[in-house]
Ligand binder design. Sequence first.
Ligand code: DLL
Length: 428
Amino acid sequence: MRYSDEAVDLTRDEITQMQTRLLRETVERARGAPAYADRLAGVSTADIRSPEDVRNLPLTTKQQLREGQPEGFLAVPKSEVVRMHYSSGTTGLATAVYHTRDDLYRWSQVVARGMLAAGVTENDVFQNMMGYGLFTGGLGFHYASELIGCMTIPASSGNTERQIHLMRNFGSTVLHIIPSYALRVLHVCEQQGIDPREDLSVRVIFVGGEPHSEQLRRRIEEGFGAKVYNCYGLSEMCGPGVAMECVEQHGLHVREDHYLLEILDPDTLEPVPPGEPGEVVLTTLRREAMPLIRYRTRDIAHVIDGVCPCGSEHVRISRIEGRTDDMLVVRGVNVYPIQVERALLDIDEVGSNYLITIDRPADLDRMTVAVELSPEVFTDDMRALNALRERICRRLHTELDIGVDVQLHEPGELPVSDGKAVRVIDRR
Ligand code: DLL
């Protein structure tokens, strides 16, 4: 029988009612976790009459999760836990996240909903090019794809030549991949004389796990001749699937029957209106093993107002515009790495990789952007290269409001990762 998911059709009223009930249940369950027992002692679930009443509950931070390690946030007996993941810990110590069997099934459901919304069916061949293991990117999509009934290729990340071989040999139609790695795959295809548009069958690509710009999405779409859909998530909320784009590719629908979304001003912690960027704060609504209340993700996004033409009334958020902790202050100016990417990829001659380095010679911040050029334009003509470098400097200056040193590199010269890309080295 074909897998389907009715929750996608919930009306706004139904979502509100469901969230109110699930929020009460979440609070009751969370009391079972040592880290929440005291903090929720004064909360009466009878006082929760709408999803907005979440504001009366305490916030949860990454620091508290760390302090609660290894089991402070575990709300069920350990015998009910069937798996744990360990968050990537890119910004500090990693934290364990636990799942019951039902947690894992519901996680598959939310990801499958996003795959179905992008038109994936049991006739597709799904090549999962995200790391399998403690990182949630691989396993998060794996079970969703099997739930739908796709032939699933658990390729994991890395070994680009083999990835290309698998795509060709088995006719992969759907991919899941880190966006910076997708550009790397395109680059290797080019080196091997393979035209992905002609020689591969890929039609849908899910990307996520790291910030990326609209320009980067378009490059992947053009390179593969496929539609690219953004998928957001974090280990603390299970992993991928918290919010995913539909065919409209205009905002990511938050799975509101699983997650309660708030967008807060990170300083005042007051809600911001739709359209205004703020910190994404999420409450799990169905999680058993590790319910999290008002978890501060540190990701910045805004709510897109209005109902999506796809018909789903689940609220939409913009792509992640930055993190409260990846903002760089360079000579007193706030800079987000994603701004650099946006500016660079507006320039056709810029290739698939870049690296930002900040140092402080003679007590003054210096920002250097190393940029790979695309293979077609790479030349030995110094005058042409200098003119291009000047153009990139000017574009970055307009975007960032500060002067930046630019270094041009040959294609393939900068370090690459098959996991999340390292875009910034701060040597100050
Ligand atoms: O990256 C889960 C994931 C895997 C999501 C694969 C989508 C696809 P963590 O390793 O815990 O989990 O890292 C979570 O990555 O807080 C964001 O800062 C960032 N991130 C995840 N997805 C996106 C996205 C996974 N689509 C952290 N756009 C999050 C921008 C993203 N940033």
